[in-house]
Design a protein around this ligand. Structure first.
Ligand code: FES
Length: 149
């Protein structure tokens, strides 16, 4: 069996929704302190629905494929539906990732959550903080590190 599925290759070679939304309603940036990869997610939100989403990923092919798939999965969905997307959902939608690459899909899930959290913060919307990962500054490089609680 090939290490990577056709879908992973497809999303890696032709990533969907790449770029920046300058007037985004929520922006999330997460990084993996170990590999140094960074993912940024931009959301446009109207009436609780994600009307547009774009991403920039400075990372490996699996991270690019994961973020591309994640954007397709949340576009047109409500905030609650987007928050319910787990890294496992992304991996399943990609027809799997090798075990040592599963952490790359975690970046996609956390980028979505981080962007929604930013939207809540900007708009003064109360939310359950326990739904979101703790963001910490990595002591080595100053980049954000994601830690699940
Ligand atoms: Fe770092 Fe894939 S190796 S996100």
């Amino acid at each position: 069996m090939a290490l990577y599925s056709e879908k992973v290759f497809d999303h890696f070679k032709n990533p969907r929704n790449v770029g920046e939304i300058p007037d985004a309603d929520g922006v999330g940036e997460v990084g993996n302190a170990k590999c140094g990869d960074i993912m940024k997610m931009y959301l446009k939100i109207r009436d609780n629905v994600i009307t547009d989403v774009k991403f920039e990923t400075f990372g490996c092919g699996s991270a690019i494929a994961s973020s591309s798939m994640a954007t397709e999965m949340i576009k047109g969905k409500t905030i609650e539906e987007a928050l319910a997307v787990s890294n496992k959902d992304v991996v399943d939608a990609l027809d799997g990732l090798p075990a040592h690459k599963l952490h790359c899909s975690v970046l996609a899930e956390e980028a979505i959550k981080s962007a929604v959290q930013d939207y809540y913060e900007r708009n003064g919307i109360p939310y359950d903080k326990s739904q979101f990962p703790v963001m910490e500054d990595c002591e080595h490089c100053g980049e954000h590190e994601v830690r699940m609680v």
